[in-house]
Design a protein around this ligand. Sequence first.
Ligand SMILES: *Cc1c(COP(=O)(O)O)cnc(C)c1O
Length: 226
Amino acid sequence: MEIRKNFEHLYELIAQYAVEFGRRAQDIRLLAVSKTKPVETIEAALACGQRAFGENYLQEALPKITALTGRGLEWHFIGRIQSNKTRDIAEHFDWVQTVAREKIAQRLNDQRPVHMPPLNVCIQVNVDEEPQKAGALPEGVTTLAGAIAAMPRLRLRGLMAIPEASNDFETQRRSARLLRECFEALQAQGYSLDTLSIGMSDDLRAAIAEGSTMVRIGTALFGARG
Ligand SMILES: *Cc1c(COP(=O)(O)O)cnc(C)c1O
C-alpha cells in the first residue's frame, strides 16, 4: 500500500517538474533502486507496474535476479565495478551505468555472452571532480565514448552521474548541467545517445530541469535504507 502511494506521488512529482521545465513526463524513465531491499519489496513494485530496477552490490543482486527470472524485469548495475566482478555483471544485467574506464568496458564486452543482446552502457562521469568518487573526468569522456562505441558487445546509451550531495537547488542544478554539457558534446560529435541518467530522491527537480531522461530513485519509493 505504502509503495503504491510512493509510486503515485513520484509520478505526480515527475509530471509536475516536467511541466515546470517545459518537458514531457514520458521522456523521463524511472529506475527503482532496490539495493538493500528484499525480493518481496521488488515484487510489490512490480505489482505497481515498475520493471526497471537498479542494484549496487553484486553479491546482493544475484540472488534477487535469480529469484525473479522470467518476470520481465530489466536490471541495471549502478555500483562500483571491481574488475574481478565483470563476468557476473556481463552475464546477469541488462544495463551497466557505472562504466568509467576502458579496461572495465573491454572486460564487459569480452564477457558478454553471445546469446544475449549487447549490454547497454552508460559512462559514469565524476561531474564535480570529487577525488573519492568513481567516474571518468569530464575531459576524458570523449575518449572513453570512442572506445566503447567500437566494442560490438556493448551499446553506449548515454551518461550517468552521482553529483556531490547538496540541498541547494542551484548547486544541484550546476552538477546536472555539467553532465548535460558532456552529453550534448557527444551528441554533437555524432553519437546517438538517449540516456541522461541523473536525479535521485533529493535532487529530482534539478535533474529534470537539466534534461534527465532517467531518474534513479530508492528512498522516496522504498523508505530509508537500514
Ligand atoms: C542509492 C543510489 C540511488 C538512489 O538514491 P536515493 O537517494 O535513495 O533515491 C541512485 N543512484 C545510485 C548510483 C545509488 O547508489
